[in-house]
Design a protein around this ligand. Sequence first.
Ligand code: PNS
Length: 159
Amino acid sequence: MTRVLYPGSFDPIHNGHVELAETAAGLFDEVVVATLANPSKGDGLFDLESRMSLIQESLEHLSNVEVTKFDGLVVDLAIQAGADFIVKGLRAVSDFEAELQMAQMNAALSGVQTLFLPSASRSSFLASRLIREVVRLGGDVGPMVPPPVRQRLEGKLDR
Ligand code: PNS
């Protein structure tokens, strides 16, 4: 049985994340999706609790996926969750350098290796940072995010 951890900021979860979770759920027996703080990112749109709820609602069609949140090192969560590997998505070569560095740091800290999965080409332009920017400036990201996120964003903009 192979259990993997798919960590990310997920602020908010978008269609590219959903596709990657679906791919991981098809490849591995159990997938733990975790939202963590990314210390290098600025102000978020949603707090960890809200991000976790939105991930849960967006991935409820995947029976071998569980969702959690964690405030700490991703390798500590990987060990605590009993994950064999960390799984990360790669959208383009530009993602690779930072992801490789994190994978090497995480392996050095804990021995836990990272597996990279390619994102689907139709969603390779999606990034939570851009979604937050478009939302804050009043643009429509509806087709790029799962329905629970769309509904929460409508609520945020109504206020
Ligand atoms: O979706 P993101 O922002 O690319 O995810 C990055 C994330 C949350 C996985 C990364 O920032 C992370 O691992 N944060 C937890 C703190 C940690 O373990 N830092 C050391 C990473 S080498």
